[in-house]
Design a protein around this ligand. Structure first.
Ligand code: ZN
Length: 179
């Protein structure tokens, strides 16, 4: 067993939807493709190992693919978040220090209290027209605000995207969810 080739999620060929290993028939009857390279996967649902998808061993030898597990988890997380009915936003406190006209250091603190945001609309910008020059993974909208969410599996927000988030004045924070 190739330990880099264990996928929990794959793309169903018939529906083009993400499916979990627990939802499919075994072997090639799963009719699934890798979310990264698009090649066919085998559903390995024997008794010895945790059930998982893997590439066809010969194909992997010819042309390796290591991104499938991460891409699958990333897609699954996006779809789960897009179904959230509410989000508990943590409090956000921003402190700025500056010298005033007399050269005295001053400090100003702005705080946004914690809030339960009720989602009225969820958008996956990858799948809809999106005009901004940075693309969040999921956008959740409430009556009075919008939250843009980045899913981190092993890679976080890129440096250039982080700069654009700051340029556009979005308050931001990160939260970790254990798998
Ligand atoms: Zn692949």
């Amino acid at each position: 067993m190739n330990h880099g080739d264990i996928l929990d999620f794959a793309i169903d060929e018939a529906t083009n939807q993400l499916v979990h290993i627990g939802q499919v028939r075994k072997g090639l009857q799963c009719n699934c493709r890798c979310p990264t390279c698009g090649r066919r996967l085998i559903a390995r649902t024997g008794v010895r190992y945790r059930h998982h998808f893997s590439h066809l061993p010969d194909e992997l030898r010819l042309e390796p693919c290591s991104g499938g597990p991460e891409t699958g988890l990333h897609l699954a997380a996006k779809q789960i978040i897009a179904r959230w009915r509410y989000v508990d936003l943590p409090p956000l406190i921003v402190t700025e220090k500056a010298k005033n006209q007399f050269g005295v250091e001053c400090e100003a603190t702005l705080s946004i209290p914690a809030e339960r945001m009720h989602v009225v609309e969820a958008i996956l910008p990858d799948e809809t027209p999106w005009t901004d020059d940075w693309i969040p993974d999921v956008v959740l909208r409430a009556a009075n605000r919008e939250v843009r969410i980045e899913v981190k599996v092993t890679n976080g927000v890129s440096g250039s995207k982080q700069a654009k988030v700051q340029r556009d004045g979005f308050p931001h924070w990160s939260t970790t969810y254990p798998l």
